[in-house]
Design a binder for this molecule. Structure first.
Ligand code: 5GP
Ligand code: MG
Length: 178
């Protein structure tokens, strides 16, 4: 598909599924090396990171645990800037090597909230992997440790990312048409 319509907006093909998978394979290789002996806990941030989490953990070759958290910060195509509560972490992460798996890091507001909350639980280490990173929008000091792909500030959908609930199931990434 070269073009999709979600609600009232059109989006055109931007990153195909093959390129997505090869970018993910590259960071998965590094994550495999860095976490080989660590039995990490991967924490996917719902809803957007469900596909990225599934792809990363399937490429991870050592023992690991997988969990998900959820928060809500976005409605429509513009970041609202304020982030709601984090829900769903039942595992004790004290003393564990934790890797957060994000779909996209934009301003970094969401990430700061998650990192603050998880740090209070005293993990042994806490790192961040994101599928997409918007370097021109990122305003925080926290390093993003693993980035599969860098993109511009345009609004994207697909591969877990939605526009008002639609588009998460698309296996390619699409960019909004102006
Ligand atoms: P931040 O808090 O870093 O500004 O934004 C993070 C969240 O905003 C992401 O988890 C995602 O839900 C949403 N977001 C940021 N950029 C995009 C985008 O281009 N497309 C979609 N669908 N969501 C985005
Ligand atoms: Mg997200």
């Amino acid at each position: 598909m070269n073009r999709v319509k979600l609600h009232n907006k059109y989006f055109k093909l931007f990153i195909d599924a093959e390129s997505i998978q090869s970018a993910i394979s590259k960071i998965a290789e590094i994550i495999n090396k860095d976490y080989k002996e660590k039995s990490p806990i991967f924490i996917g941030v719902l809803n957007g990171s469900f596909l990225f989490t599934a792809d990363i953990v399937r490429k991870f070759k050592s023992n690991c645990e997988i969990s998900f958290i959820r928060l809500s910060s976005y409605s429509g195509t513009e970041s609202s800037g304020n982030v709601l509560e984090v829900m769903g972490l039942n595992e004790d992460i004290k003393g564990r090597d934790v890797l957060i798996l994000e779909d996209i890091v934009d301003s970094g507001n969401t990430l700061v909230k998650i990192v603050d909350l998880l740090k209070k639980k005293q993990p042994k280490s806490l790192k961040i992997a994101t599928f997409l990173f918007k370097p021109n929008a990122y305003k925080k000091d926290i390093p993003v440790d693993y980035v599969a792909m860098e993109v511009g500030n345009e609004f994207l959908v697909g591969y877990g990312l939605d526009y008002d609930g639609l588009g998460r199931n698309l296996e390619d990434i699409y960019i909004i048409e102006e």
